[in-house]
Structure formats: C-alpha cells, structure tokens
Design a protein around this ligand. Sequence first.
Ligand SMILES: N[C@@H](CCC(=O)N[C@@H](CS)C(=O)NCC(=O)O)C(=O)O
Length: 211
Amino acid sequence: MYTLYYAPGTASMVVHLALLEIGAPHRLVKLDFAKDEQRSPDYLKLNLRGQVPTLLIDGQPYFESAALLMILAERHPEAKLAPPPGSPLRPDWYQWIAFLTNALGPAYRSWFYPPDLGSPEHPPFVREALRRKIEDSWSFVDAHLTARGPHMLGAGFSGVDLLALMYMRWSRNMPKPVTEWPGLKRLADLLRARPSWKRLYEIEGLAEWLA
Ligand SMILES: N[C@@H](CCC(=O)N[C@@H](CS)C(=O)NCC(=O)O)C(=O)O
C-alpha cells in the first residue's frame, strides 16, 4: 500500500501519474501550500525539506520524484513503465531520467522559487539565465524526439514520458511553452490523450493545459 503526499500540479504529479498508470491502490494526502502545510511539524518528520512528493511505501517515507518513479516502475514490472533490466532500452531509461531531472528539475525549481537563490524576485539577468537554461534543455529534447520519437524511448510509451510531461506542463506560462517545439508538442499531445492524464486532472482539480 502506498500513501502519496502531494500538492496539485507540483513535483508530486509524476508519482501520482505513475500510480494511476500502474493501477496500484494508494491513499492521497493533499498538502495546502497556501497554509504552509508542507512545513507542519508532522510533515517535516516525513520530509525534512518540507517538499512534495513524499511516498510512504509500507509505512517508510521516500522522496525525490524521479527516484519514486523508478522505485514504482521496479516494483510493478507488469505495468511496463521501464524497459526490463538488460534490455536494449534500459540504458536509455536511466539516461533520460537523469538528464530530465538534472537539466530541468533544478532550473525549474530556481525559476519558481526565487528565494532559493536569495531574493524575493529574480534580478533580470538571473531570470534570463534560467529561461535560457530551460529552453536550451527543451531544444535538446526536441531534437532527440524529432530524430527518435515520438516518445522519449522511441516508438513506445514509458515512465520517462510521465516525467517529461510534468516538466513540460510547467512551461505553460513561460516565455516559450514547450508546445512551440514540434517534437515536444507531438509528445505532449500523445500523453495528454492518455486516461491517466484526465483522471489526474479530476483528482487534483487542475484546469490549465489539459489538452
Ligand atoms: N527535486 C525534488 C523537488 C521537489 C520540490 O521542489 N517540490 C516543490 C513543489 S514542485 C515543493 O514541495 N515546494 C514547496 C516548498 O518548497 O515550500 C523532486 O523532484 O521531488
């Protein structure tokens, strides 16, 4: 049994999507960021940094969205979120998860949380550097998808696509949303047509960027 601590539309999204794709029974605990619930003493016992997601697996708390995706894929091989160990696409699975979390995760975090870098709002040059870093990473992924897509691992869907989809959604109000790159738009459209996406929107109460 799993318990996911989440906040709508945040880094918990990929874990929630993975649970829905797997069809694994789970309990959801929503944290209200407006009330700072991620910093309540009880939650800090589970997640010292006061961030989502946290996933309880058999009562033990774990964090980091990409790690949780990999753990779930390994525990539910029948869901085929990851190519099996030793198969030709397994290295690609590791490569793209590491690339997306390294190149995009910290840059988005800095973009959305200026206080992490020490000021309430970014000075223009910092904002510009972060924008360029995020867009350069998306250009690189778009070139990959154009050459080898339509999914992150080629012809077939995998859990890496869920991670990419979460990050893609975060670009929707940025100067250049991912839908302006053809390969990224094609991937976003394929993934947004999956039942798990619509279900996630219903459960999390999301509206923007459904389709
Ligand atoms: N690297 C972490 C990032 C987690 C993270 O930054 N979560 C944000 C939401 S997207 C959060 O909990 N923010 C609340 C806060 O920092 O107060 C992951 O991928 O799990």
